[in-house]
Design a protein around this ligand. Sequence first.
Ligand SMILES: Nc1nc2c(ncn2[C@@H]2O[C@H](COP(=O)(O)OP(=O)(O)OP(=O)(O)O)[C@@H](O)[C@H]2O)c(=O)[nH]1
Length: 737
Amino acid sequence: MTKIRVHEYAKQKNVSSKDVINKLKEMNIEVSNHMTTLDDSTIDKLNHSIKPKTENKQAAEATQPKTQQSNTTSSTVEKYEEEANEKSNTVNKEKLKKKPPVKPVAGKTSPQGGQRNNFNKGKGNNFNNRNKNNKGRTQTQTQAPVQKRKERELPAKITFIESLTVQELAKKLHREPSEIIKKLFMLGVMATINQTLDKDAIELIAGEYGVEVEEEILVDLTDLESLVTDDAPENTIERPSVVTIMGHVDHGKTTLLDSIRNTKVTEGEAGGITQHIGAYQVEVSGKKITFLDTPGHAAFTTMRARGAQVTDITILVVAADDGVMPQTVEAINHAKAAEVPIIVAVNKMDKESANPDRVMQELTEHGLVSEAWGGDTIFVPISAKQGEGIDTLLEMVLLVGEVEEYKANPERRAVGTVIESRLDKGRGTVATLLVQNGTLKIGDPIVVGNSFGRVRAMVNDLGRRVKEAGPSTPVEITGLNEVPDAGDRFIVFEDEKTARQVGETRAQRQLVSSRNEKSVVTLDNLFEQMKQGEIKELNIVLKADVQGSAEAVAASLQKIEVEGAKVKIIHSGVGAISESDIILASASNAIVIGFNVRPDVNAKRAAEAENVDVRLHRIIYKAIEEIEAAMKGMLDPEFEEKVIGQAEVRTTFKVSKIGTIAGSYVTDGKITRNSSVRLIRQGIVIFEGELDTLKRFKDDVKEVAQNYECGITIKNFNDLKEGDVIEAYIMEEIERK
Ligand SMILES: Nc1nc2c(ncn2[C@@H]2O[C@H](COP(=O)(O)OP(=O)(O)OP(=O)(O)O)[C@@H](O)[C@H]2O)c(=O)[nH]1
């Protein structure tokens, strides 16, 4: 085994250790420094990518792993490797000169000039290494007059996404796959028609034909964050600062917000009736400041938890008569974590017991040192109640804003964050958006969190209709298909179709991912969850045997209202309860009601796995009663139906006096003599009643277990058919939780 260190290798090759280390990094081989020892395989790889600066054949050979040195011509690949090792750069260049001119490959990411050198990079798989090894050989081989047959013209350019198979590449190049395979073989790669070629390989092969290659990079439109591009500095202008007021309970956050709003908003806006939309803007010395109107750090934290950083500056309100309290400290920590500058408003200065020095002292312990004491935190004494010090406070906000230079580009399509949202009876979904960059306009196609729509109407914080909202402006919009959450990001798309697609895909993903998070609703725990305010709507997935009954059950269910909580049918359909019904129910925390239908096998399994409550009924009023009782917390199924088994009807015999005997096979569980049965045909309940006789051969038996055959007759029912499923169930007493 040849063991040498990086620097020794570098010396042999007459290159710098740094070059060797960089090369290794390109090949994803971790080395800590120039003293790292290299093993044979690494040396081997290096030998193929690092050529000595001067001809130093001996040195190169010295670092060849022994296996290769002693090799003769046992395999094509090794032979090529030898050749490659023996040829110096000069020889290759000469060969290159002899080569017919090759059109440059203007790949998006790597022009052909660089591709050969890069060909070995990173992946370290045999495929790539081999190619690199055979560089010299390739170029000789490809000079051979390849095409004698009439062939379709080569395309000028091909595109690909991520990778192509040999077959796909051949098709794109209008060549036979065998030809591509041959070319790959020349490069030392034994490829099959279905082999996947990476970008480098595609470029190399296409390069052989002089065909340009372009890699198409797919942008995931549903990843809203990834769509937000940076603005060139020359396109940005100053924007208003966005301020959040935080502090301990009763220290005066709301009073301060009101005070700022009352003194500033109405100035120059005669008659403007301020409207609470979750944020407002004031104008100070000709400049605007945006305040988030939700005091406390809950909102701040919620938004941050969702990755939305909306606040630029925090005003920390500390009552001068109370000093630093637990929530003051929490607020400081939140602001610090978000790296948001803090301005301290020492409030209630009008009070006799006010002790601003104490506040300053206490805050010092939390890293907020006032300028007066040599620190860099701005402290402003105020009385929110009497409106004193407010102007100074706002001046300070402007000052911090100027220093921090908050900027945005009003010319781009808007992006921002949801501040508040709700469902309005008359207007539908209403959301307050804070435009953080760009300008939001009426009619803009928009994706907001997992909802989408077009901006139908916009109202500002003064209740006025506006057509546009620039950076740092809060506006209330309507026109979304669903209510988004506070902290959700929004982004305007160029066209409505894309917005819809992105919105729908995001909503779908959300459904799937939320599946496991929520606590599951069952009728048994429904009342508890309603009491705790966790449920205002009982989601139901409804399946019925015919459309008419689905509609009838839905209509009756929707009439149920118990203390403000209502039923919401999120899906209704005809046919057996399927796995996808269960998944939907699970995702939306719904209960499944089957009316004259049963779950199929997969649905049953899914319902168990997902803990979805499936209720099966045959009589409308019983279904209604059950749901209503559950919502009232009066559910009393002391007995619950328990399915004990299923049998499949394989054949039928008609016997006079007895009726139809179903020759059946127990597919699941067991069938007992005393069980009730239901006859299911293609997922639909045909009949429900009692089992009459249960026989094995000629004998009456008490039960028949899974995988056994039996003869079954059902009381008062003879319409048994091959393929029917007989479901046996018993009523079992259940313990109430
Ligand atoms: N004397 C005096 N009282 C004030 C001042 N600012 C607020 N208050 C009073 O302090 C009490 C609490 O004020 P809020 O503005 O409700 O305090 P908050 O921080 O919003 O309280 P929470 O919303 O409960 O967290 C109210 O009774 C206010 O009138 C002030 O500058 N001087």
